[in-house]
Design a protein around this ligand. Structure first.
Ligand code: 13P
Length: 246
């Protein structure tokens, strides 16, 4: 299996003090044979974290970017601004942004184009609601999200995050993840041809130190997008170690 990637999405958490303590623990505790590791602090902490990662293989990610390079977009941050801060990955289309900010597939696609132009690797999130899973519509929903959110020639990462598994402590079962991963791979190949085989797919949704080994051992799972457990150094480093073992 190719090298896995573990991404920590800190969401809207972390004072300067918390951030310094957490980053130091991650940098010092990273195992020698670690997978690729990315941490995505809030925008306001990026400039603080970047120098702390200077001599570490841990990469810096952001949680969103705008589709334009600059302009009258109050409160937004552009992809080149992130790139200038040493950011190399950006999470796009997270369900919290889709739900709280009404972000549509089309917007996510435009942001992915902007991110790629600025040299960032987009991590595009997709996932179904609990109702969609229960009514058996989840594959249709995920297929449409891939079609709508991933630009032509997409060479980034997809993160499958079932909305009902985010922050609930109830990760999807290994069978649910395995079936959905197989569906997503087939869909990526159907939509992108040969290039669809190379797109890494992460799983996200209540990944923790206890379930990481089983989640990361599922075929097609190329890593994890971790929320809550990425805020605790011990838990996140256990997940990182599980990826090294998977
Ligand atoms: O949304 C997530 C990562 O982007 C997952 O969050 P939790 O790991 O807290 O469920």
């Amino acid at each position: 299996m190719s090298r896995q990637i573990i991404v920590g999405n800190w969401k809207m958490n972390g004072t300067r003090q918390d951030t310094q303590v957490l980053v130091e623990a991650l940098v010092n505790g990273l195992p020698a044979s670690a997978p690729d590791v990315v941490i995505c602090p809030p925008f306001t902490q990026l400039a603080l974290v970047q120098p702390a990662l200077a001599s570490s293989p841990i990469c810096l990610g952001a949680q969103d970017c705008h589709k334009d390079v600059s302009g009258a977009h109050t409160g937004d941050i552009s992809a080149p601004m992130l790139s200038e801060l040493g950011v190399s990955y950006v999470i796009l289309g997270h369900s919290e942004r889709r739900q709280e900010h009404g972000e549509l597939d089309e917007t996510v696609r435009e942001k992915a184009v902007a991110a790629t132009k600025a040299g960032l690797t987009p991590i595009i999130c997709i996932g179904e609601t609990e109702d969609q899973r229960e009514s058996g519509e989840h594959e249709d929903v995920l297929g449409w999200q891939i079609k709508g959110s991933l630009p032509d020639g997409f060479a980034g990462i997809v993160a499958y995050e079932p909305i009902w598994a985010i922050g609930t402590g109830l990760a999807a079962t290994t069978d649910q993840i395995a079936q959905t991963m197989a569906f997503l791979r087939a869909e990526l190949v159907r939509q992108f041809g040969e290039a669809g085989k190379a797109i890494k797919i992460l799983y996200g949704g209540s990944v923790n130190a206890g379930n990481a080994v089983s989640v990361l051992s599922i075929p097609e799972v190329a890593g994890a997008l971790v929320g809550g457990a990425s805020l605790k150094a011990d838990a996140f480093l256990s997940i990182v170690s599980a990826a090294s073992a998977a």
